[in-house]
Design a protein around this ligand. Structure first.
Ligand code: C2E
Ligand code: MG
Ligand code: MG
Length: 576
């Protein structure tokens, strides 16, 4: 059977030639009309060709209309092809059976041309409608899934960063009467967990945390997201957040995983006060608060305050400008004299770095040293300071002035450089100085962090002739027991003790005890931070120690220090 017109195909299965001719006449303009005269041929043609509609008489030889219907309606390929049966008038039982077997419609003979035309077109329109609906539903489903995958984090099913930013902004702005928190959470040392265990373990932790957030935050009008790696961000109405409870609950969920490693989440909390602030900036602020406490096991969360932003901007400035500042000569050293009560005179000085920033003026070391200790720049700065001190000492010697030792601060990061000792010795050689002229101050906390390494390095320094001082003694947690094993020359007692002297018996007792201990161990003592006559009186009663403090002199620019020193040398009288 040849198809001729490239039109949709209408298949007529009818033995009755008159009926066939009439149907052909009705449909030949719109369809390629193919006619068969038995059920088997009907099925055969239908299965081999694409047909738009079949008109099947119930009375067919070989296989009757019901059998044809049965075969075709079971075949999935004919889901979209209406099969219309042709019945005799009065055969209402046949009509019912045919409709029941999946016929789309029935036409009764004798035919009325207009009626059959309408009926067939109606059926086709109905089917097309149905097809369109199905297609549209499938499209909608795909679009929905695409949106879902675009909106959600694949691993945890929480919102991803972009979605969270958008949804949180909408939520916060839609409820101006509700106060929200943005909570930024991060696991400490997640990288170590991934390294120590398999990635699956890391993923399990992330999924467990995500489920916990979904369970605790979502039902209370909040949103949860994983914005990257092990960083989760929540947006929660303030009245619904019990942050202690949240962290405790999370801890116990994670403990239940039975991983032999402490997995601790830390959180930074930003109370939203400007609902129109872009969500990414809200998250930055929560993250800033988090950075304040990350790794500090006593505090698992912190709230953002405006000072943090200031500090962050300042830190950014410090990091941005540090390299140029060093090249540009913006760093300089000040010297603070150390006064001996026993000798009633200046016996030493400490070099303290100062940064004169062209725009921001003088920046105190308390602001930039911690930043440099974090980013490693302190090593370069310390070396610069040591060299400046050597230059100063050499200039004094060249001017025929006898010098006294100057102490320099040695940040702990220096100990990771194998050439530290070599560097110091080369400096002394360059400026032709003896090691006794340079005293090295190492903070107490450096010793407690890594006692064995520090002890052996300190020994090496002392063997080469340097004096080693323990700075800020009493501010950390060094045990007195450790002290007796430490090969150090001088304890510099932290300022906090002096500040307490006048009010606290305890401070006085501890100080007395420390001085006795130092004496027994053959160590010298410098007491830092002496500011008043009264404090000096207390200290004088304890013994003949060295003091460093504003009462005697603030840290001075080199030229001023020289004047002070000259005054002492020429008068040979106590400076005080
Ligand atoms: P530090 O080494 O313990 O230095 C003593 C600090 O106490 C100095 O602060 C000094 O100005 C201050 N000070 C001295 N006497 C008094 C006093 O009577 N009252 C008060 N309130 N303060 C007094 P500065 O210069 O601000 O330095 C702070 C810290 O920064 C230093 O503490 C030291 O840890 C660090 N630092 C300073 N310069 C350097 C450096 O070149 N390298 C390294 N690594 N750290 C440095
Ligand atoms: Mg010091
Ligand atoms: Mg100190």
């Amino acid at each position: 059977m040849e198809l001729e017109k490239n039109l949709p195909v209408i298949l007529l299965a009818d033995e009755d030639a008159d009926e066939c001719n009439l149907l052909k006449k009705v449909f030949c303009n719109e369809f390629d009309v193919v006619s068969v005269t038995n059920g088997l041929d009907c099925i055969d043609f239908a299965e081999k060709n694409e047909i738009a509609v079949a008109l099947v008489s119930l009375k067919l030889p070989v296989m009757d209309g019901f059998e044809v219907l049965n075969v075709l309606t079971k075949n999935k390929n004919f889901d979209d092809v209406p099969i219309i049966v042709i019945t005799d008038r009065e055969d209402s039982e046949g009509e019912a059976r045919a409709m029941d077997s999946g016929a789309a419609e029935f036409l009764t003979t004798p035919f009325n041309e207009t009626v059959i035309n309408y009926r067939v077109h109606n059926v086709l329109a109905r089917y097309e409608n149905r097809r369109n609906k199905i297609e549209q539903a499938e499209k909608d489903k795909k679009i929905f899934e695409m949106h879902r995958t675009m909106e959600l984090d694949e691993l945890t099913g929480l919102y991803n960063r972009t979605t969270f930013y958008r949804k949180a902004a909408n939520l916060i702005q839609a409820h101006p009467e509700t106060k929200y928190y943005i909570v930024y959470l991060d696991i400490s040392c997640f990288k170590a967990i991934n390294d120590l265990f398999h990635m699956e373990t890391g993923n399990l932790i992330l999924k467990t945390a995500a489920n916990y957030f979904l369970k605790t935050i979502q039902p209370h009008g909040g949103l949860c997201s994983r914005i990257e790696a092990d960083h989760f961000v929540l947006c929660v109405p303030q009245e619904n957040l019990d942050i202690d409870g949240l962290i405790e609950g999370l801890d116990s969920e994670l403990q239940n995983l039975g991983i032999s490693h402490n997995i601790l989440f830390f959180a930074g909390v930003y109370p939203v006060n400007n609902i129109y602030l872009p969500t990414d900036q809200m998250c930055d602020r929560a993250n800033m608060a988090l950075h304040k406490i990350k790794g500090n096991y006593m505090n698992r969360y912190a709230y953002y305050d405006a000072g943090m932003r200031e500090q962050m901007l300042q830190e950014q400035m410090i990091v941005r400008d540090m390299n140029y500042a060093l090249k540009d000569g913006q760093f300089t050293i000040y010297l603070q004299p150390v006064y001996s009560l026993a000798k009633d005179t200046i016996v030493s000085a400490e070099a303290l770095v100062r940064w004169f920033h062209p725009v921001n003026g003088m920046i105190s070391p308390g602001k930039f040293i911690p930043v440099f200790e974090r980013n490693g720049f302190i090593v370069r700065l310390d070396r610069f300071v040591w060299e400046e001190v050597c230059k100063f000492l050499r200039a004094q010697l060249d001017a025929g002035i006898d010098i006294m030792p100057v102490s320099v601060n040695v940040s702990r990061l220096n100990f990771y450089n194998l050439d530290l000792l070599e560097f110091l010795l080369a400096l002394l050689e360059k400026y032709d100085l003896k090691p006794e002229m340079l005293k090295l101050e190492v903070t107490e906390s450096a010793y407690t962090d890594n006692p064995q390494q520090l002890i052996s390095i300190t020994r090496m320094f002392r063997e080469k002739g340097f004096s080693v001082l323990m700075d800020d003694f009493g501010s950390g947690f060094s045990s007195l027991n450790m002290l007796k094993n430490l090969p150090i020359d001088v304890l510099k007692v932290d300022m906090a003790f002096v500040r307490e002297l006048e009010q606290s018996d305890r401070a006085r007792t501890i100080l007395r005890f420390v001085l006795g201990l130092a004496q027994d161990l053959g160590m010298g003592v410098v007491i830092e931070g002496v500011e008043t006559q009264n404090q000096l009186n207390y200290i004088s009663k304890l013994g003949k120690v060295d003091i460093q403090g504003y009462f005697f002199s603030r840290p001075l620019p080199i030229e001023d220090f020289k004047v002070l020193y000259d005054k002492y040398r020429s008068n040979r009288v106590p400076v005080l």
